[in-house]
Design a protein around this ligand. Sequence first.
Ligand code: BES
Ligand code: MN
Ligand code: MN
Length: 469
Amino acid sequence: MTGNTKAAVEFARQNGTRFVEELKALLRIPSISTLPEHAGDVRKAAQFVADELQRIGMENVRLIETMSPEHPGGHPLVYADWLHAGGEAITVLCYGHYDVQPAEPLDEWKSPPFEPAERDGNLYARGAVDDKGQMWMHVKALESLFAANAGKLPVNVRMIVEGEEEVGGEGIARFVRERGDQLKADVAVVSDTEMFAPDLPTLCVGLRGMIYTEIEARGARTDLHSGMYGGTAPNPFVALAQIIAKLKDENGRVMVPGFYDKVAKPSADELKAWKALPFDEEHYRQTEVGSPELTGEPGYSVLERTWARPTLDVHGMPGGFTGAGAKTVIPAKAVAKISMRLVPDQTPVESFAAYKAYVESIAPKGVEVEVRLIHSGDPIVVSTDNPYVKAATEAMREVFRKETVFVRGGGSIPIVGDFVRELKIPTLLMGFGLPDDNLHAPNEKFHIANFHRGIESLVRFFSGVGGRG
Ligand code: BES
Ligand code: MN
Ligand code: MN
């Protein structure tokens, strides 16, 4: 470890409490990207991140607008760089997102989602770990390096932070496609995934893709009295229920014809490595899922089912009467929000086409259905055959005193596919969340020790990843 690395680690340790306080200020901004009424908050969070990048010494800091006629609700990107490392130094592209998921159901939070609270070594707030807290680790690692190196970094750095990850990342995808040259780098580093277990340094090497859809079923011209018309008028909720019942069978198999045609099996080595991971299915069922039984495809382990098999879920069915008490109405229309997680080598385009055609073919008589694609992202697997993986595992070994495990994740980060395809650079998914951090759920948290270990790992990674060689 060079003197500068040591000084940067020391700086991070001495300023750790301040780092957490700053993160709390960011967490107080309810930057919920999917809700139009929060667009102002989303922008505020972007500005907050930009101001800090400016303050620590990054250059060319700016908000990049993504709003356009085709993308009316677009939220800004935050960009910054520092490109004076010189010589053979490589360029690292840091990515994160400052937007968060909605916080509902609010009454299940032990402390309000946008009033960060520390309890038992955890920081509770919406976005604590996904992804404000993890993105902040990057900012604070850079600050520590600047502070310890008289305003210099050991590598060139570009940082791009988006505000639409939780809604599909259309704005950044377009920026990467059209302005990819402005993100030129040797490797991308993303901290938006989890560690496999507490204390176990983890690199994620695969993510599922997804297609998020809506089916709208329309029956009668207008809402009708269910006594006067019940028995003759079609009910769009019943129609959706009949459709949904044909989407997935009791063995967890998606019934869309051709859906599995391109599903690639994980390699024998991967399957063997997954079997060796410290995983207790009963503990997972009780503490993480909390249901009487697990569901899914027989013959596949939990890790295979969540990492390497596609699936389908229903998220909500807006429409009709959902207030307290009773209203006897046959709604004229109803919607189902349905997504599919995809795995290599499925594609969003083919999967959506097959799904749409199937749904249209099974729609019961009396309703018209419209099948819409809300957003999509490709499944990915990233290679581990590069020097950056080695630098990352070495950095984390020094912090955790353990060897890194390689896992996949069941979630999706749509832009990672574009980094690999458009920028043609390897991506490191180096995340520090925990399986029980409650991402997207009430009481989201970040284990504060992991926030600090993440910063230290990143400091050591940036210092150790070195030159192009
Ligand atoms: N950080 C998550 C993705 C994730 C979580 C990957 C845990 C691996 C392990 C990300 O913010 C996320 O939630 N993505 C959405 C993407 C979607 C809205 C396109 C997801 O997976 O639902
Ligand atoms: Mn995330
Ligand atoms: Mn998320």
